[in-house]
Each structure stands twice: as C-alpha cells, then as structure tokens.
Design a protein around this ligand. Structure first.
Ligand code: GLN
Length: 282
C-alpha cells in the first residue's frame, strides 16, 4: 500500500494515517513520531498543526511501516523500561518483559532477608536483571554472563550509561564464570525456555532465537543450569529461574532430583507460574 507523501501532513494527520492506514496503536504512533521529531511525546499535543519537514515525514513513514510489519517498538525506539531503568536495546538482546520483574522482586527480597551479597545473572542479554538488582541493592557484588558478545556489548553500554557497576563475562552459562569469582549467594536466570515447535515463536521472530528457544520442550537450558549450579553456589545459597507457565512442575522435579531444598514457585503479574527457586545445603 502506497503511503501518499504529498501534501506534507501535519502531526495530527500523520498520527491519523499511522493508526488508520497502517493499523498502529495510537501510543506506538505517538512514540515513533516523537522519536522521528526528536521531541518528547507531549510536544505532539502542543503542536498538532505543525507540519514536519520532508526528512522527518520520511523517517516516520519508514518507522511506521516497520512497526506495521511486526518489528517490536522497543527495537525501533532502541529503548525499553525495565524495573524503572531506561535500557537501550538492539536486536542482539531479548526485549525485557514485565514478567521478569517478578524474578527481580524475588531476588531483592532474598538479598534483603538473607544478606545475600554475591549475585550472578546467567544469560543477562541487555543486562536487565543484573542492572535492576544492582540499582536496588548497590552493596551487592553483581556478576552477569552471556554467550553473545553483541548482547554483552548492549549490557555493558547500559551499565555505563546508568552508572551501575556489574562484572560482565562471556560464555555459555557457567563456562563464562571464572572459578575464583564464586561461590555466589544467589544465582538468577531468565534462560531460553520456549520449545522449538511452539507456535508463539512466530510472533517473536524479531528477537534472537538463541535467547528464546531450548530443546527438550524448552527445558534443556533450565535443566543444565540446575545441574551445574551446585559447583558455584555458597552453602545455603539460592537459585531462582524464570520459566514457561507450564514448566513449573518439571523444574521443581529437577531441583528435587538434584538434592535442592526449599523448592518454591511464584506467579508473575499475569497470575501465571513463572519462576521457581530453591536452596542448596551441603
Ligand atoms: N517470556 C518470553 C516469552 O514467552 C520468553 C523469554 C525466554 O524464553 N526466556 O515471550
């Protein structure tokens, strides 16, 4: 469908077209237009009759088309808010989900209640979990790993911009962790947990597949972390993992088989079983 570029459209006409011709939500259209203009969203309400110049019209049209084709807003704006932090994003890292804030809530609760100090976030992606923990609990020594050097670049950049000090290391799960930096009091992770044949992957095609998909019905990485964690956890230490809402029983069972105690699952904001944790005693 051709997007008629002439006559140049006003702010209100551009928004109208983005919503009615291209099917964007009003919020997405406003955020993209504000970005193309380099202004805050409120500016659009102050100047609805303003006619942006041709370069801005063109930029907005391109952003609108990409959004209409399914590219997530966070990848178009390059930003996503997570736990009150403004994170920069690129398609190298998974977009942080509100569900994952449940994992951060739980981590902070454990840090406060049990004086956990050495914390590890495995598969940190944009750095969301590690940075949220460090921002809330500055006394903690936070480590974060990822297999992707591009994702780690995004995470390091976020840490720098936010002035948060996290130790980043590259590698697959615990391969990233030098032996001398453990043991950890708390290990958290939001690993890939979607089964390769899950229909809901189609809607996530813009995000890195290796950050979403795991073999064995989506359980392979969860199980690997559960199996490897004992080598890196302090006595009585905690591990909490995010998982799919139907995977709680399988994750609890694996923790049980590997000798963990105090195994417990919690629900996310949508009321779905989303995270499971356990402790390990010698
Ligand atoms: N929660 C994400 C989703 O289902 C998946 C994240 C993940 O695999 N860790 O969209």
């Amino acid at each position: 469908m051709a997007f008629d570029p002439s006559p140049p459209a006003s702010i209100q006409n551009l928004l109208h077209r983005a919503c009615h011709t291209w099917g964007l939500s009003r919020l997405d259209a406003e955020l993209l237009l504000a970005m193309a203009l380099g202004k805050p969203r409120s500016w659009l309400y102050a100047w609805p009759e303003h006619i942006p110049g041709p370069a801005i019209q063109e930029t907005f049209i391109q952003l609108t088309q990409q959004r209409a084709a399914g590219k997530p807003l966070a990848y178009l704006t390059g930003h996503k808010e997570f736990y009150g932090l403004d994170l920069q994003l690129s398609p190298d890292a998974l977009i942080p989900r509100p569900d994952t804030e449940t994992l951060v809530d739980t981590a902070i609760e454990i840090i406060d209640r049990h004086k956990a100090r050495r914390i590890l976030d495995l598969g940190t992606g944009s750095g969301a979990i590690a940075l949220a923990i460090k921002s809330q609990c500055p006394a903690c020594d936070v480590w974060a790993s990822d297999v992707s050097s591009q994702a780690l670049g995004v995470a390091r950049n976020n840490a720098k911009r936010l002035g948060l000090s996290v130790h980043f290391c590259q590698g697959c799960w615990f391969d990233a962790i030098p032996m001398n930096c453990g043991p950890f009091d708390l290990i958290v992770s939001n690993p890939p947990y979607i089964a390769p044949d899950d229909g809901h992957l189609e809607a996530l095609s813009h995000e890195p597949r290796h950050a979403l998909v795991a073999h064995n019905h989506g359980l392979a990485d969860l199980f690997e972390i559960i199996d490897q964690t004992p080598k890196y956890l302090a006595d009585g230490g905690f591990v909490w993992l995010e998982h799919g809402h139907t995977q709680g029983a399988a994750v609890r069972e694996r923790f049980h088989e590997r000798g963990y105690q105090a195994i417990e699952s919690r629900h996310d904001l949508a009321g779905l079983e989303r995270i499971t944790g356990a402790r390990l005693y010698p």
